[in-house]
Write a protein of this length. Structure first.
Length: 388
């Protein structure tokens, strides 16, 4: 992938924990915010999982990490150390840094590469948890549920292989079209190969995340359309998929943030191409978060309007009784009708405050904060560009 974040590197997602194994329930998945936190996962489906296609290389890698001895985080620490050595070592091989000299920026890019794999691992678990949370509210059969659960968390093998194979030529194309900005001028073949390998890995992981996000736009919508039980007074199960879509949206926005942090350049903020790149990632992140949930929002609005219509009918009935007694100068029920009227009016006020967006305020606040962060960094770089 040709990415504007130089030195030919890319972005990352803030990740706090990746859980164990695809067959284990999600107990607590926490990111930097509450966007993808699951307080307690329900028991997973007991039916055999349908496998309409083979899993991608990235899903296989994640499953291997799950099966490795020890906790998953330990495996990611080891992989992170290897990635850091490769990231820092290419400078040693190229002769642009002394052996043993460590660049914090290069360390950051090494960590970013493995952090994104861990992020995909996290989203796989959150997808399964979200589905298990919503499934009891749907009309899905066991066969349909098994297939959708698998598709939601698993990227297909064939497109995954295409992405993996295409990542290297895309990375090399970026080097060839702008070698100076890529920072590869003077690199010997071995150093260039090392750098190209780990940057291609990140490109492949990012492309898988983007492609899977596009698939989930359709899958989440299909699942939510099958919901048959909507209770505005108990909306928390309906918020489950917002933690998945919001988390992936934030991950995509973090690509922009990491580009600003790890490859700061005042000229980026004054270049239209870079600005369009940033807007594109942020815009796609918003689409991934919001679009799959719009159908459910419409159904919540319909349910709220139904409840409000019932409350309006009650109000009309109470007012009719009150008017009848007033016209007949019968005040025997005045006190009771007055209390009933107050209760009905309070009910209408309560209904008016019921939320109809399928996400919590915490999730929305975290997502908006993620959008404002690259905007703030962009403005800072523009300000610096006036003086540099």
């Amino acid at each position: 992938m040709v990415c504007p974040f130089r030195h030919g590197h890319h972005g990352s997602i803030a990740l706090s924990r990746v859980l164990r194994g695809p067959t284990r329930p999600l107990h607590s998945a926490e990111m930097a915010t509450d966007v993808v936190r699951a307080d307690q996962a329900p028991a997973e489906a007991t039916i055999p999982a349908a496998r309409p296609y083979a899993p991608s290389w990235l899903n296989i890698l994640i499953d291997w990490i799950d099966r490795a001895p020890g906790p998953a985080w330990a495996a990611y620490v080891v992989l992170g150390l290897i990635a850091v050595v490769l990231s820092v070592g290419q400078g040693w091989l190229a002769g642009i840094a002394k052996v043993g000299e460590v660049s914090l920026v290069q360390v950051g890019w090494g960590v970013v590469t493995i952090a994104f794999i861990a992020a995909v691992h996290l989203f796989e678990r959150v997808a399964e948890w979200a589905f298990d949370t919503v499934r009891p509210l749907t009309s899905l059969t066991d066969e349909e549920a098994a297939r959708l659960r698998y598709e939601l968390a698993t990227f297909p093998a064939v497109p995954g292989a295409i992405v993996l194979v295409a990542a290297l030529p895309l990375t090399l194309f970026g080097y060839a079209t702008d070698p100076v900005a890529s920072g590869i001028v003077g690199y010997p073949p071995l150093a260039l190969a090392v750098r190209g390998a780990y940057e291609s890995l990140f490109t492949a992981v990012l492309l898988v995340l983007i492609c899977q996000a596009v698939r989930q736009l359709r899958l989440v919508g299909r699942i939510l359309d099958r919901i048959t039980r909507i209770d505005l007074f108990h909306p928390r199960p309906l918020y489950a998929f917002s933690r998945l879509t919001g988390g992936i949206g934030i991950a995509l926005i973090m690509v922009v943030v990491m580009g600003f942090i790890l490859a700061p350049s005042p000229t980026q903020a004054t270049n239209l191409y870079y600005a369009l790149w940033y807007v594109g990632f942020v815009g796609f992140g918003v689409i991934v978060f919001v679009v799959p949930l719009l159908g459910l929002h419409g159904r919540l609005v319909d349910e709220k309007e139904r409840l409000q219509a019932e409350a309006d009918d009650r109000l009309r009935s109470v007012l009719a009784e009150l008017n009848r007694d007033v016209d007949g100068l019968d005040l025997g029920r005045a006190d009771a009708l007055n209390k009933t009227l107050g209760s009905v009016l309070q009910q209408r006020e309560v209904l008016a405050r019921l939320p109809t967006w399928p996400w919590s305020t915490t999730t929305l606040r975290a997502f908006v904060s993620a959008i404002l962060l690259p905007l703030a960094l962009f403005l800072v770089q523009r300000a610096l560009g006036q003086f540099l």
